[in-house]
Design a protein around this ligand. Structure first.
Ligand SMILES: *Cc1c(COP(=O)(O)O)cnc(C)c1O
Length: 395
């Protein structure tokens, strides 16, 4: 059996999206800024895509800026808000400890420039508390940036409530909604957000394209200097095919969302129940307030990396929270932030199901994971210490 269970890392391009893209990669190659027919065809396609994207999140087309993806949208939203804040004498930002690195590293850069950042705890369930956010706000707070859904443990933040608090205090609220858009209902008005980042390849669109929503009336600095594209905020010839693919993929994802969410939630809970039967294991993050497709576990006494390689041998493609693949020995900052100790955080597994997942596949994953975990423990020195009583079990 072959199962791709790493949909939080990226998703398969939808057929409809590919079909919408192809003409702009072949015959219709005009530049949207050109005045002749082929250019205007491309311009119309980009503007139609902008309307579709806007409609899918309850925005108006003029509030959508296409970018090269989620990372760019995060960087630009935060840097723009910070620079404008600084001009008004406000250099305090509120965020949390489990943000994506596109947000955390941007905040680190701002800290070096003199900004002060309050990182709210995400607690054991991976969710920030609105009271703590409220208490962290100051007169010099220029921005709150809290993600919609976490990419590792799938937890959903109380975005609507956070937005309402920010709104009542007149503070700008940005949310990294890369994992949420196309997967759970997102509406910029109901959710009280001022800026929102999204990425196409996380909802069956193409890689290298995404968008930033900026509420009308919120000032935005230009993020790439050059031509007048994207209303003068982001220069560069538009990724016409990518933008068209983004719109079609998002429209499709939103259309299929109710059915997919229902089906995936049932499969997710089946998977959680099955994996929880493996001794000395634990689910990461809130069991209910999480994305329909996300299952994240820690298994004591093993290395996540070895688990991934052995699962891959058995046809299962998944991910681990431990960051050894990126050349670092540190386990995931998210798992540490929710209170997993180093050893436990190293034994993590993230499974993110696709829309085409089946019960049969879920049962296969449960069986294979159980076998591989037992096998790895059979020669793990850490596990030996645990069973012999030299070290204490945590899970
Ligand atoms: C994937 C991801 C990003 C980065 O998006 P790219 O389009 O790959 O740059 C940012 N934030 C979250 C939460 C993500 O999951």
């Amino acid at each position: 059996m072959k199962i791709y269970a790493d949909n939080a890392a990226t998703t398969k391009l939808s057929k409809k999206a590919l079909e919408a893209m192809l003409p702009f990669l072949t015959e219709n190659y005009g530049n949207p800024s050109s005045l002749y027919t082929s250019g205007q065809l491309a311009r119309e396609a980009v503007e139609k895509a902008r309307e579709t994207v806007a409609r899918c999140i309850g925005a108006s087309p003029r509030e959508i800026y296409f970018t090269s993806g989620g990372s760019e949208a995060d960087n630009q939203a935060i840097l723009s808000a910070a620079e404008l804040g600084k001009k008004a004498g406000k250099t305090h930002i509120v965020s949390d400890t489990i943000e994506h690195h596109a947000v955390l590293h941007t905040l680190k850069k701002l800290e070096k420039q003199g900004f002060e950042v309050t990182y709210l705890p995400a607690h054991e369930n991976g969710i920030v508390r609105v009271e703590e956010l409220e208490a962290a706000l100051r007169d010099d707070t220029c921005l709150v940036t809290i993600m919609y859904a976490n990419n590792e443990i799938g937890t959903l933040q109380p975005v609507r409530e956070i937005g309402a608090v920010c709104r009542s205090r007149g503070i700008l609220f940005h949310t990294d909604a890369v994992q949420a858009v196309g997967h759970v209902p997102v509406d910029v008005n109901l959710d009280n957000v001022d800026m929102l980042s999204a990425s196409a390849h996380k909802f069956h669109g193409p890689k290298g394209v995404g968008f930033l929503y900026v509420r009308k009336g919120v000032k935005l600095l230009s993020f790439i200097e050059g031509g007048a594209q994207e209303r003068g905020k982001r220069a560069g010839t538009e990724n016409v095919a990518g933008i068209c693919g983004t719109a079609v993929a998002l429209e499709e994802a939103v259309e299929n969302m109710p059915a997919n969410a229902l089906k995936l939630t049932a499969l997710r809970d089946r998977l959680i129940k099955g994996l929880a039967e493996i001794p000395h294991s634990a689910l990461n993050g809130d069991p209910l307030k999480r994305l329909p497709s996300n299952v994240s576990f820690c298994f004591e006494g093993i290395e996540g990396e070895s688990l991934l390689l052995l699962l891959d041998d058995r046809g299962i493609e998944a991910s681990s929270g431990s960051a050894c693949t990126s050349g670092s020995l540190d386990p995931s900052h998210v798992l540490l932030a929710i209170g997993r100790v180093h050893d436990v955080a190293h034994g993590s597994l993230r499974l993110t199901l696709g829309d085409d997942a089946t019960e049969e596949q879920v049962d296969y994953i449960i069986k294979q994971t159980g076998e591989v975990v037992s096998y790895l423990r059979s020669f793990s020195p850490v596990w030996r210490n645990l069973v012999s009583g030299k070290a204490e079990f945590i899970l």
